[in-house]
Design a protein around this ligand. Structure first.
Ligand code: FMN
Length: 241
């Protein structure tokens, strides 16, 4: 079992709610899996550079060949810039492939996800990186994704901004597109997190408190739930015996 924990809030703890909640989940997960591997990346503190022309050129070359195993991509790099681009992307891709659970702290910024998280997504999405070149199956098909997605306002059905949520639906669509099973994608979404700060949201404080309590309970339940990757491994063991 392995947990990849990514934070992207520009705020530090304790001000950052997403950081507090991802830390809560990571603590519970590590207590439950004492032998499990754990990797934390702070994408706001150590930013992944935005894509450049070299990354795109290397990606196009790989795409042209079909599915290229990760170990063979370096040989396709034609320039020092392309070698640097691949050297930056490969460890990030290997981290995500090694993870049975991917935990994201992804607050809403201007209706979407923070640019720091988007830069990581763009880097790891190298053509074919998540596909088994032998079978064509997704290498993320047994992974679990837990995205903590707080937002200052509300985007619930029936509210004026119900069509403006490009944060949670984007993350769900991204991981589904790369083969993570729908039932293994969990969005934990405290709403109205600015109600304690912004005067015009003051009347929403009870709603905000209920939303936060519900998010905390959801994370506690997720940390206690069986890991689908462990179930899959058990099934494979049974099939072999
Ligand atoms: C740069 C920035 C942009 C934001 N944009 C939005 C927004 O579009 N909609 C919204 O509901 N809240 C927005 N917020 C509020 C945050 O989503 C909210 O405070 C969230 O709880 C922040 O998570 P954090 O505490 O982990 O940083 C924004 C906050 C910042 C700093």
């Amino acid at each position: 079992m392995s947990l990849l924990h990514l934070d992207s809030s520009a705020n530090r703890c304790p001000e950052s709610l997403s950081r507090r909640l991802t830390a809560q989940f990571a603590g519970a997960w590590r207590a439950r899996h004492p032998g499990g591997a754990y990797r934390h990346r702070d994408l706001a503190a150590s930013s992944v550079p935005p894509l450049d022309a070299a990354f795109c050129a290397l990606g196009r070359r790989a795409e042209h060949r079909g599915l290229v195993p990760l170990a063979q991509v370096a040989a396709l790099a034609a320039t020092p810039a392309e070698r640097r681009a691949w050297a930056a992307a490969r460890p990030l891709i290997e981290e995500i492939l090694a993870a049975s659970t991917i935990l994201l702290g992804a607050p809403m910024y201007n209706f979407g996800v923070p640019a720091a998280l988007k830069a990581w997504i763009d880097r790891v999405s190298f053509p074919g990186a998540f596909t088994d070149p032998g079978t064509g199956h997704s290498l993320l098909r047994t992974a679990t994704v837990i995205a903590v997605t707080p937002r200052g306002g509300t985007y619930a059905p029936g509210t004026p901004r119900q069509d403006c949520d490009f944060q949670g639906p984007y993350l769900r669509a991204y991981f589904r597109r790369h083969g993570v099973a729908e039932e293994n994608i969990h969005l934990v979404c405290p709403e109205l997190t600015l109600a304690g700060l912004v005067p015009h949201l003051a009347s929403s404080r009870p709603q905000a408190a209920a939303s936060l309590a519900s998010a905390e309970a959801q994370l506690t339940a997720l940390a206690a739930a069986p890991d689908p990757a462990a179930d899959t491994m058990g099934l494979l063991d049974l099939q072999r015996s």
